[in-house]
Design a protein around this ligand. Structure first.
Ligand code: PFF
Length: 454
């Protein structure tokens, strides 16, 4: 059946806007929540080093391929993979899996983002009243019924507002404003943390690799993080690729996004670890690092509550660009396939996200904590299935499509569009995507499914 001619699609207005939106998708809880706690529990600098390798060898080439496929076809992810290999429409499964991942990730992501938003207000309240935030504050929030759900709905509503306003008028505009703000807030937190007496131990922890800490488990969790971090393997970057202007240079753009995103992770680490060490805490804080350790650490220094508030504003800003990109995958699909108007598509998507997200949130408190599926509560189940199964599988499928099935000339043309890039860009991406990345991803996948030791 011939595809209907699409009506004019919204797109990013400039390469700078495209960079901001892509970076906005990459930067999120991954930098501020997952990166520090994984670094903390996997041996500091040795993990950071491995992560950098994973970004360069696996994540970066996949981002270029996703952008190339998206821009080549200028359609949503389901349609892009249905069409990219002639007569093999079943690759659309990558897009379908992407839709499922976006709903599952949003289910737990909006839960944590809701806690972040709550903490903006709670820390401001603590600043005004002088009553410090304690671990009990966090327990009460997470274990509550109405409170976390209402924060989650607030977060979803804000995300709908941005997505409904359009690709250029909403996503691009908001991320272009928020990314510099995020950097400023991060630097303010860094200056505060780094000027504490004893901060250098935290800096050393982040930058002096102890190579004896390296293990296959560390290597593989760094790879998994690289994919989650750069929003890969689930159609997000394919969808964003379909909005990239023709003059955006794919390899330099993806490289800048990966570098800037890594910088944000390191700056977040520099705000957290020096403060943790200076105040005699331990770095391995697990997921609670953000909500329990940060307020406790900052509360011990002058003006601490204000910095805690600043830190959570920063985290909230970071989550927005990521959530917007997660919502955009189903929204782009609904706009094309069901011919819905963008605001209607955004609302409908949010409704589905709430249907999955509310039980995930309630699974952290008495209401649903007893419910176990495959031995996990819903929150952990959604995180596990999306991050450890669907993303690596999606990433693997993208490398098969991009490295083996799509004619190399298609990717080369996208990479050099209007510029004539150095030949080694094409050669490098080709070799990585065809041989190196799939093997690495296969390793993550087998590892996370427990089929490989470590
Ligand atoms: N990259 C985001 C983060 O690190 O927080 C999370 C994310 C966003 C994952 C979008 C996947 C995605 F499609």
């Amino acid at each position: 059946m011939p595809e209907p001619t699409p009506t004019k699609r919204d797109a990013f207005g400039s390469s700078l806007g495209a960079f901001a939106a892509t970076l906005g998708s990459a930067v999120g809880l991954g930098n501020i929540w997952k990166f520090p706690y994984l670094t903390g529990s996997n041996g500091g600098a040795a993990f950071v080093l491995t992560y950098l390798l994973a970004v360069a060898l696996a994540a970066l080439p996949v981002m270029v391929v996703e952008h190339a496929i998206g821009r080549h076809l200028r359609v949503d992810a389901v349609q892009a993979y249905a069409r990219i290999v002639p007569r093999q429409r079943f690759w659309a499964a990558i897009g379908w899996a992407g839709l499922a991942s976006s709903l599952l990730i949003m289910a737990f992501y909006t839960d944590v983002a809701g806690w972040v938003l709550a903490y903006v207000f709670k820390s401001l309240g603590a600043f005004v009243s002088g009553a410090p935030l304690t671990p009990a504050t966090f327990q009460a929030l997470v274990g509550g019924t109405w409170e976390p759900v209402l924060w989650q709905l607030a977060v979803l509503t804000i995300t709908v507002g941005v997505v409904a306003a359009g690709v250029s008028g909403g996503i691009e505009k908001v991320t272009k404003t928020l990314m510099p703000l995020l950097l400023l807030l991060l630097l303010a937190c860094d200056v505060r943390a780094l000027t504490l007496p004893g901060a250098s131990a935290g800096v050393a922890y982040l930058f002096t690799p102890d190579l004896s800490k390296l293990s296959s488990a560390v290597l593989l969790s760094a790879l998994g993080l690289a994919f989650f971090k750069l929003s890969l393997g689930m159609g997000t970057m394919t969808t964003y690729g379909s909005y990239l202007p023709d003059d955006t240079r794919l390899v330099p753009n993806a490289t800048r996004v990966a570098l800037a995103d890594t910088l944000v992770s390191l700056l977040a680490g520099l705000a957290i670890f020096p403060a943790v060490f200076a105040l005699g805490d331990t770095p391995a804080g697990g997921p609670g690092l953000l909500f329990v350790t940060i307020p406790r650490v900052f509360a011990q220094m002058p003006g601490g509550e204000l910095f805690t508030a600043l830190f959570f504003v920063l985290a909230a800003v970071a989550t927005l660009g990521a959530m917007v990109s997660l919502m955009e995958v189903p929204v782009a699909w609904l706009i094309r396939s069901a011919r819905l108007r963008r605001p209607t598509a955004a609302l409908l998507t949010a409704l589905f996200m709430a249907v999955l997200g509310i039980p995930a949130t309630l699974s952290q408190g008495p209401a649903l904590s007893h419910l176990r599926v495959l031995g996990r509560d819903l929150f952990s189940l959604f995180d596990f299935v999306s991050s450890n199964v669907l993303l690596p599988l999606g990433g693997l499928a993208v490398t098969v499509v991009g490295g083996w099935l799509v004619p190399r000339a298609v990717l080369r043309d996208e990479m050099s569009k209007g510029h004539g890039e150095p030949a080694w860009y094409d050669a490098g991406v080709h070799v990585l995507v065809r041989y190196v990345t799939p093997v690495l991803i296969l390793l993550i996948l087998l590892h996370s499914l427990g089929l490989l030791g470590g």
